[in-house]
Design a protein around this ligand. Structure first.
Ligand code: APR
Length: 254
């Protein structure tokens, strides 16, 4: 039996499914993963250096403009067949939740719900000083011109600088999201881990958590990221090809 047939059999047998997704699921929508080189204006910067509280303290305009640019880029992107496969499975009657490390909103735009964002969202802002959520007028979200740096807007309550509502390197995951992700992962029958390198903790522990709780785990990646366990199935290939093929092989009517 091929791995695709084994995975299709698991999908037919198990109705409670968690999709655990990383940057690879949005790659075919044109959003670069963390392994890709930055382009254009941002080639001279490394995301790891821009995505920290220290970077924001040192140069708030640079970090704010980087996120305005990313938000613009995501706004132009569209969900791809991998995002649609996830939402189609729910429409076909499976109990589907999405736990994502991505800060884009492509799962939501493909129609999935609930979507738990472990690393926050590009669509949210919060105050760097008082940590309260903030709101922005659309004029404050305009994409910077080449080389233009924009100062972050101010918090309406305390006057502090607003920052993106995402989790930066060295910061804790939002407690509620993490708790609700763990609850779903520990009670699912099947976890499909899509397009994640599995190197950033604690999110990277999620497939192991599902296996330990007795679930089957399917990995979908262009590289072999499986551990070769008996309850694991590795599907090698791009998410936009593999997920529609998996639904088809399982006979899911879409
Ligand atoms: N289909 C499937 N998998 C893909 C595709 C594709 N089209 N393209 C790339 N991949 C895989 C890569 O092989 C890699 O394993 O997606 C993974 C992307 O890895 P990362 O860029 O490390 O993304 P992710 O795992 O989501 O990173 C986790 O790290 O930098 C932090 O906070 C950031 O949320 C991010 C976290």
């Amino acid at each position: 039996m091929t791995n695709l047939q084994r995975a299709a059999e698991a999908l037919r047998a198990f109705k409670k499914v968690v999709f655990f997704t990383g940057a690879g699921i949005s790659a075919e929508s044109g959003i670069p993963t963390f392994r890709d080189k930055l382009t254009g204006l941002w080639t001279k910067h490394e995301p790891q250096r821009l995505e920290t509280a220290n970077a924001f303290r040192e140069n708030p305009a640079l970090v704010w403009s980087w996120y305005l640019w990313r938000r613009h880029h995501v706004g132009q992107a569209k969900p791809n067949p991998a995002h649609y496969s996830v939402s189609q499975l729910a429409v076909a009657g499976w109990d589907v939740s999405v736990v994502t490390q991505n800060i884009d909103d492509l799962h939501e735009r493909a129609g999935s719900s609930p979507v738990i964002h472990l690393h926050g969202s590009l669509m949210d802002v919060k105050c760097f000083a008082c940590h309260r959520p903030g709101t922005l007028a659309s004029a404050q979200l305009e994409t910077p011109e080449e080389e233009q740096l924009i100062e972050p807007p101010r918090c309406a309550r305390c006057g502090g600088k607003l920052r993106p509502g995402v989790v930066w390197f060295g910061e804790n995951l939002p407690e509620n999201s993490w708790r609700s992700a763990v609850r779903r992962v520990k009670s699912c029958e099947l976890l499909v881990s899509v397009g994640t390198s599995g190197v950033v903790m604690p999110a990277a522990a999620i497939p192991d958590m599902a296996l330990a709780a007795g679930a089957t785990v399917i990995h979908v990646n262009i590289e072999d990221v499986g551990f070769g366990g008996t309850d694991e199935i590795m599907l090698l290939g791009s998410a936009g090809m593999v997920l529609p093929a998996l639904l088809k092989a399982a006979g899911v009517a879409v």
